[in-house]
Design a protein around this ligand. Structure first.
Ligand code: ADE
Length: 235
């Protein structure tokens, strides 16, 4: 099956509503709904905001449902040149900007993948799945970007911080889950994609814009995932 994770109701409810044969099970306080999306076996979970919630959800999803791919979906702050509200971002890779062991001589954001001994800054995505998402996105929308998603436990509403994320990681968007889900997928060997629609520009207007645009932006990911589900499943 394909696995989808969103943090908030507005990011998952439209997908659940489109699914057939649904069955919902709550695990670790997190609702997982399995069924069929556009005819293909799918599990979708609402993880709640933040890295710990997202990682917990991804680990449970991987262990209990063994999806062939996990996709992180939802809204994000746009911080790249020309990345506007309503645009889509498909992650080339993700980083956890708030993981910092530089004081002991390691690179910033150099995360250990469980106890495997493997460590990385750039949490990978699956190019095959990214390509399918990009192909369907281009058919439906203008303003589709590929780039780095920077994840941390912070709602960013600060242009200087955005500039730092752009300078340090080449980030085009920031949010609070994708890097954690990517981390679990990298540790577990599960193909992963990160798909986000921009709800705000993570600046001084970030709070008001998020309140105004999050629902419409989240809907864009939902429409895309419904259209692409079969192709994603068939990879
Ligand atoms: N999700 C949507 N907008 C965001 C922002 N500005 N910071 C963190 N997460 C977000």
């Amino acid at each position: 099956m394909i696995g989808i994770i969103g943090a908030m109701k507005i990011e998952v409810d439209g997908i659940i509503a489109a699914m057939t044969d649904t069955e919902t099970t709550v695990r670790c306080g997190t609702p997982f709904t399995k069924g069929k999306l556009s005819g293909v076996p799918t599990v979708i979970a609402r993880c709640g905001a933040g890295k710990v919630n997202a990682a917990m959800c991804a680990a449970v999803m991987q262990e209990c449902y063994t999806p062939k791919v996990i996709i992180s979906t939802g809204v994000a702050g746009g911080i790249g040149e020309g990345v506007k509200i309503g645009d889509l971002v498909i992650a080339t890779h993700a980083v956890q900007y708030d993981y910092d062991t530089t004081a002991i001589g390691e690179p910033k954001s150099f995360v250990p993948l469980g106890g495997s001994g493997r460590e990385t800054v750039e949490l990978p995505t699956s190019e095959k799945h990214n390509a399918v998402l990009a192909e369907f996105a281009a058919k439906i929308y203008k303003g589709v970007h590929r780039g780095v998603i920077a994840t941390g436990d912070r709602f960013v509403a600060d242009p200087d911080f955005c500039e730092a994320l752009r300078a340090e990681y080449g980030a085009v968007s920031c949010e609070m889950e994708t890097g954690a889900i990517a981390h679990v997928c990298a540790a577990s060997g599960v193909p992963f994609s990160g798909l986000r629609a921009i709800s705000d520009n993570a600046n001084d207007d970030g709070k008001v814009d998020f309140m105004t645009f999050a629902t419409d932006s989240a809907e864009k990911c939902i429409t895309l995932l419904k259209a692409a589900a079969e192709a994603l499943y068939n990879i």
